[in-house]
Design a protein around this ligand. Structure first.
Ligand SMILES: [Zn+2]
Length: 165
């Protein structure tokens, strides 16, 4: 049974893009954070925003390899899967305190990915970029958050370096 929301996970990891030389935070202010929640189908209230900011910090650390996944346990208090019998068998529903739901969906998506394809969630290979990617390539060789942005930028830089040397 998978409860995770991959789109939400990736969007959450990528809420602090670097634009020019400045890192922005899409969850930085209350107004921006609540708007982000509404845009991503989550309950737009203060408690959910706080829970998401907290799980984001820990997911960043775990995905960057700075912390072990056990760090994420504190976001699972009160989260459980509950079975119920339906017409075609047993269905599982995720139950959680309302303010933890979005955080749990992002965390569970990371966990699902680690279980089926370990290491596929990772930071962009451009050292100046603060975004993340989910590698869905067969060869597990994707390096950039976006080929159009970071891929081309890094290619151009390598080309420049070759010309110089
Ligand atoms: Zn990037």
């Amino acid at each position: 049974v998978k409860f995770g929301d991959e789109a939400l996970l990736l969007a959450l990891l990528n809420t602090a893009p670097t634009v020019g030389s400045e890192q922005r935070d899409e969850l930085g202010t209350r107004a921006a954070g609540l708007a982000w929640l509404a845009e991503h189908g989550a309950v737009a209230d203060e408690a959910t925003l706080v829970a998401l900011r907290e799980v984001r910090e820990d997911l960043w650390a775990v995905v960057r390899g700075e912390e072990s996944g056990t760090l994420l346990g504190r976001h699972l208090d009160g989260v459980q899967a509950v079975p119920s019998a339906g017409p075609r068998g047993v269905e599982w529903r995720l139950q959680s305190p309302p303010e933890r739901r979005a955080a749990a969906l992002a965390l569970l998506a990371w966990s699902d990915l680690e279980a089926t394809s370990p290491g596929r969630v990772r930071p962009c290979g451009n050292p100046e970029c603060t975004l993340f990617l989910i590698d869905r390539s067969k060869s597990n060789s994707a390096r950039w958050c976006s080929m159009a942005v970071c891929g081309n930028r890094m290619k151009a830089r390598r080309h420049q370096q070759r010309l110089r040397s």
